[in-house]
Design a protein around this ligand. Structure first.
Ligand code: SAM
Length: 423
């Protein structure tokens, strides 16, 4: 059994994905709490499917981390926030209040899970605009300090055949004393991305001629030496060895690419492209038949509003500081093309909003919004997964928060293989 702890569980995307991939996943604890809402729809949906046992509906900040059951794998999708830290005199350093990353680090310190799989928006790699890469640098430095190495990849689900163009960064961290960590080809960081690492197993990328994936066999390498010797490599690395988190927070900046590794404090990052030739699921493939009349856009006025929202516009605006500028945006395809994957689903999908989907119903040829079941299918959940007592508005909201479960299922297969080799 692989004991799993699921944070920020929402309606259970990680659990659904991992359980799809193997029966060996055993969820020992989950946590979900929607801040400042009386009705806890996502939590209710989760317990409706998985029961109340070991699922806690309390702000994660209120949880005594030592009381969380021991687990092998920690999973969760959480928001991109400000991860900077400040010196606080006697107490050492402190991150901003309410920033969920610090809750995750507390759990890592208390429970030391061997493996961690996290999901975030890809903007995390670039944040904040004033110090590009600082927040992810802080995250890597925390993992390093706690004895973990990390591999990350930005994955657009549609690039691997799924029904949604949803781009998210997945972060796989492993404790440096695992068999997995000891066996990987740590002396060629580039080959981690192209040949030996976690993501390449299920998510192939194009390999160009400059890609040297030759394996340097045998021998352990001293990574502080590697940093010093980086000119000997045919690629550049960045070292955070010996750097304090406060230094990273104050000074670190790096243009993180869509894939990379941090092993023993040495970072290598590279822009990669998906290379996929399998099946593709398109928006037209997941539409329901005979949908209720209420989803149709009826009347000229409503149609005009949608056309306006989706259309190109140039609007004069005044900024807070009084500066006048022209806000402009290009046109969005209207209706959404059925021969492409859906666009990214947001929590606002239920509202009349530029980013909400509008389709031409194949049977009636009339325009309509997507149904809650279609929203579930776009993420790969079973039909009516969120039909657990919440209003339709919240069903879309929960799907906007969730993830493409098929991606997690594929990662689940890789993690299971890794566990098979752990003692
Ligand atoms: C990006 S969503 C993750 C959704 C999930 N992966 C799924 O498949 O549904 C983040 C979740 O964290 C929850 N959350 C936000 N702040 C929290 C906190 N302080 N404690 C516990 N959960 C929190 C939100 O309610 C939301 O459901």
């Amino acid at each position: 059994m692989i004991n799993v702890c699921e944070l920020f569980a929402g309606v259970g995307g990680f659990r659904v994905g991992l359980e799809k991939s193997s029966q060996e996943y055993n969820f020992v604890w989950a946590n979900q709490w929607e801040p400042s809402r009386k009705l806890q729809h996502a939590y209710n949906c989760y317990v409706n499917h998985f029961g109340t046992e070991n699922h806690v509906n309390i702000d994660i900040a209120e949880i005594n981390k030592n009381e969380i059951p021991a687990h092998d794998l920690l999973v969760g999708g959480f928001p991109c926030q400000d991860y900077s830290v400040a010196r606080t005199g006697a107490k050492g350093i402190e991150g901003k209040k309410g920033v969920l990353w610090w809750q995750i680090t507390e759990i890592l310190k208390a429970k030391k899970p061997r493996f961690v799989l996290l999901e975030n928006v890809d903007r995390l790699l670039k944040s904040p605009a004033s110090q590009r890469g600082r927040d992810f640098g802080v995250m890597l430095a925390c993992f390093h300090e706690l004895g973990y190495s990390v591999e990350w990849r930005v994955i657009n689900a549609a690039d691997y055949g799924f029904a949604q163009r949803r781009r998210r960064v997945f972060i796989f961290a492993f404790r440096n004393d695992t068999t997995y960590a000891k066996n990987i080809n740590r002396d060629n960081l580039k080959s981690m991305i192209h040949k030996d690492g976690f993501f390449i197993k299920k998510f192939p990328i194009t390999q160009d001629e400059s890609t040297d994936v030759s394996r340097v066999e045998g021998g352990q390498i001293d990574f502080s030496m590697l940093a010093a010797q980086e000119n000997d490599l045919d690629y550049e690395t960045v070292s955070i060895v010996g750097k304090e988190i406060i230094d990273i927070s104050d000074n670190f900046s790096l243009e993180f690419k869509n894939s990379g590794v941090m092993i023993n404090g040495i970072i290598y990052t590279e822009q990669v492209e998906a290379d996929y030739h399998g099946n593709r699921v398109l928006l037209g493939d997941i539409l329901e038949q005979d949908v209720d009349e209420k989803y149709y856009i009826d009347g000229e006025e409503k149609l005009e509003k949608w056309k306006y929202l989706k259309g190109a516009k140039k609007i004069p605006r005044t900024s807070k500081s009084g500066h006048e500028y022209i806000f402009s945006e290009g046109p969005l395809a209207f209706p959404d093309p059925l021969d492409r994957p859906a666009r990214t689903m947001l929590t606002s999908e239920s509202s009349v909003n530029r980013s909400s989907h509008v389709v031409e119903d194949p049977a009636t040829k009339r325009l309509r919004i997507i149904t809650p079941v279609e929203a579930e299918r776009i993420n790969g959940f079973d039909d009516n997964w969120t039909n657990t007592g919440m209003t339709e508005k919240f069903r879309y909201f929960c799907m906007g928060n969730a993830l493409v479960v098929g991606l997690v299922a594929q990662m689940g297969e890789s993690i299971k293989d890794i566990f098979n080799n752990e003692k």
